[in-house]
Ligand binder design. Sequence first.
Ligand SMILES: Nc1nc2c(ncn2[C@@H]2O[C@H](COP(=O)(O)OP(=O)(O)OP(=O)(O)O)[C@@H](O)[C@H]2O)c(=O)[nH]1
Ligand SMILES: [Mg+2]
Length: 195
Amino acid sequence: MRVLVFGCGGAGKTNMVREISGKGENEFYELASLDGFPLSDAQVKERIADLMRECERGFHVGIHVVRQGRITEAVCTEYEVVRAILPSLAVICIVTYCENEEPMHKWVQDYSAHFLKCGLRYALMSGTCFAEGEGRYKLIMDKLRATSATTVRQCLSRTSNHGIEKYVHTPRLEQDLVRYVLKKRRPPVFIGPRK
Ligand SMILES: Nc1nc2c(ncn2[C@@H]2O[C@H](COP(=O)(O)OP(=O)(O)OP(=O)(O)O)[C@@H](O)[C@H]2O)c(=O)[nH]1
Ligand SMILES: [Mg+2]
């Protein structure tokens, strides 16, 4: 399956992909986050153009990686961009940083209605942890990562009946999305006194 992995900067996309890939049956494309800082307008344009090219090749399923905590505007923007290009794609939500939840899925259960209120609709959702612990935490985190990898693989196999969804390129949508993302970006942070 071709899997589109997206989500805000530092949400845990790369760690998750590293943990679940290996046997070669799935091909993962990690969309570089659209909310990175500092990210120039040109980089935003390039990332959206890259995403659209990949979507023309098509995807079977998407994984939205969301860091446990708040559902921010940046989280919604990433989702909206993907939905605008591939409206019927089955999207799985993998919430990371759930190591302090008991069970790991608890936060997702407690807040699933909030995701819906924000317009975030998923085929499946799950709580995970892909941290690399050090020292006394290493063994614990190794176990949690292994459990989380199994969870994500199970989600992927439950959505494996979905056919490939492809996007037919229209320059208009590309321009609209770039404008939308640039408008939504947070204002620049000023460090130090302003003149
Ligand atoms: N505590 C905790 N840390 C995590 C978890 N998942 C990832 N991290 C850490 O968060 C940091 C960012 O993880 P990445 O996998 O690089 O995140 P990313 O989404 O690929 O980030 P960008 O590619 O920069 O957008 C790394 O230091 C990870 O070790 C998690 O579930 N819990
Ligand atoms: Mg990454």
